[in-house]
Design a protein around this ligand. Structure first.
Ligand code: ADP
Ligand code: MG
Ligand code: MG
Length: 245
């Protein structure tokens, strides 16, 4: 059974149907690209998953447990980690302090700084970050900060990783490096939802694609024996239509 299975998700704001009967299934070890123009409903979908909004309809199944709504805390406990474009890491803290910020097991002085730094170093290795646990976050590049946030997600044993336009604030070289890390995280069995408007990133990374338009799925496609290039061609028309001229 897939790690993430969203069924019939609906959400309206006043008269605006931000999401209308949306399905999205992501097995472990797959990268699912979520495409759509501005206002298509991408952020609303991931905010429902992250517990920021209660959906009006539908279900979100995560690791075999079905939820109709989640609080932010429940979303994290269920195994969802969302890396928003505005990162939630704190510049004035060290990398290790950021990774373990707010986590129960560090609260009562039972875990010492050295032990924390060792665990942090292991997590940084998993995301191939080049920073060290004692670096202050404010001194790092955007790319490294983003990796610290992903390491933080791994420390909470996330099984669903959502990346919201992760290359938007990155340089070309940082974007290439991120792509390599996403490839690596895929092999570790995470179910990855990759929100983007760039077909090139779909071609580089995606195992499946869903295009949203006005809150509805306008096109869905999986590789199913195809090459990535063929996958991109299958959705390009829908994606370009969704983006407008
Ligand atoms: P995307 O992330 O694909 O650009 P959004 O999910 O942000 O799209 O928006 C989908 C639609 O829902 C848009 O019409 C947007 O204006 C509306 N919307 C999103 N969030 C809210 C909100 N908090 N209140 C009112 N309308 C919203
Ligand atoms: Mg938007
Ligand atoms: Mg958005």
């Amino acid at each position: 059974e897939p790690t993430l299975r969203i069924r019939g998700l609906g959400k309206s704001f006043g008269g605006v149907r931000a999401l209308d009967d949306v399905d999205l299934t992501v097995p472990a070890g797959q990268v699912h690209a979520l495409l759509g123009h501005n206002g298509a409903g991408k952020s609303t979908l991931i905010k429902c998953l992250g517990g920021a909004y209660p959906p009006d309809t539908g279900t979100m199944e995560i690791d075999g447990t079905v939820h109709t709504r989640l609080s932010p805390r429940e979303s994290i406990a269920a195994g969802v980690a969302i890396i928003f474009q505005t990162l939630s890491v704190v510049d004035s803290l060290t990398v290790a302090e950021n990774i373990f910020l707010g986590q129960e097991w560090t609260r009562y002085g039972t875990v010492h700084r050295r032990a924390q730094e060792e665990v942090a170093a292991g997590l940084l290795e998993r995301v191939a970050a080049t920073c060290s646990p004692r670096d202050r976050l404010g001194e790092l590049s955007m790319g490294q900060r983003q990796l610290v946030e992903i390491a933080k997600a791994l420390s909470r044993s996330a099984s669903v990783l959502v990346l919201d336009e992760p290359t938007a604030a990155l340089s070309g070289a940082e974007s290439d490096a991120l792509a390599a890390r996403v490839e690596h995280l895929r092999t570790q069995g995470l179910a990855i939802v990759y929100v983007t408007h760039l077909l090139g990133e779909v071609e580089r990374l995606a195992d499946a694609v869903t295009v949203l338009r006005d809150g509805r799925v306008s096109h869905g496609s999986t590789m199913a024996g195809r090459t990535r290039q063929e996958l991109v061609e299958a959705v390009a028309g829908a994606a370009i239509a969704a983006h407008g001229p």
